[in-house]
Design a protein around this ligand. Sequence first.
Ligand SMILES: Nc1ncnc2c1ncn2[C@@H]1O[C@H](COP(=O)(O)OP(=O)(O)O)[C@@H](O)[C@H]1O
Ligand SMILES: [Mg+2]
Length: 314
Amino acid sequence: MTPLAIETAGLTRRFGGLVAVRDLHLSVRIGEIFGFLGPNGAGKTTTIRMLCGLLAPSQGRAQVDGVDVGRDPEAVKRRVGYMPQRFSLYGDLTAEENLHFFAGVYRMGSAKRRERVAECLRRVGLWERRATLADHLSGGLKQRLALACAMVHTPAILFLDEPTAGADPPSRQRMWDLLYEAAGEGRTILVTTHYVEEAERCQTVGFMHRGSLIGRGSPEECKAGFAEELLEVDADPIMRAAALLRGAEAVSGVSVYGRLLRVFGRPGAGLVERVPKLLGAAGVAARTVRPVAPSLEDVFMSMTRLAEGGAEER
Ligand SMILES: Nc1ncnc2c1ncn2[C@@H]1O[C@H](COP(=O)(O)OP(=O)(O)O)[C@@H](O)[C@H]1O
Ligand SMILES: [Mg+2]
């Protein structure tokens, strides 16, 4: 059996009457990049804070790098690096001072600390900017500095909470290069993101919805497990076609992508025959109607809808 970096059983966290994380069973292999997805409020940050030993679970167990989080949260804190969703940096300290501060928290000796801080600055491309105040760095550089701070004590597991939020594509690419480099050294990475194309870069993704893990697997497995019918439809006028199909009983969802519609139906709905008839009867011309393979985004849309038990669509 592959050894696990993270293993949880029935992990639950309540805030008063709200169940932020419900009965979570999660396993992450050593050296894996695990992508944690889900809309705002799904419980991703709460899960990470429990796994880092920063927030006590209400129920259930979690083992992180072989340590029981509930029993020994301090030991967990030493073994993990945490890049919080909001910046953890001190704006009035330089890049280098920030790294020294975080290295100091982990009680690194001063010679080792200097060496490691320099190594981290070089690695994330901030050596030339080491004397710049964190507040004066661009968003992308701040994110790289925050990653460096999370890695300064060479943790076995990195928890990165939306490390690329708001970043432009080149900055995101750069961040992912750094994550692959860290994973290549055998570190385990649990990363949350809102970007589906980032989920495609992970070995395994887990999809959270209202505190529950409603799907997990490799991106390929998630797509292979897609249970619905899916059509791509080129129709004119497109928004009228979308409205008609959204109202149709056989259709469980409709997404608009540029000039095309993606139309979802329950298994056996027979959309290929029904959709042209539905549109034709209303005088809407359908240029093409063809079954297509789902993208990861399609899978997540469908999972969310099924979890909500309705035909809700954006
Ligand atoms: N300290 C807290 N006190 C009360 N409610 C909280 C607290 N932290 C998170 N929540 C609630 O728990 C739910 C999950 O939040 P969170 O874990 O931040 O989700 P995500 O990171 O997926 O956006 C939300 O409804 C949020 O409002
Ligand atoms: Mg969050």
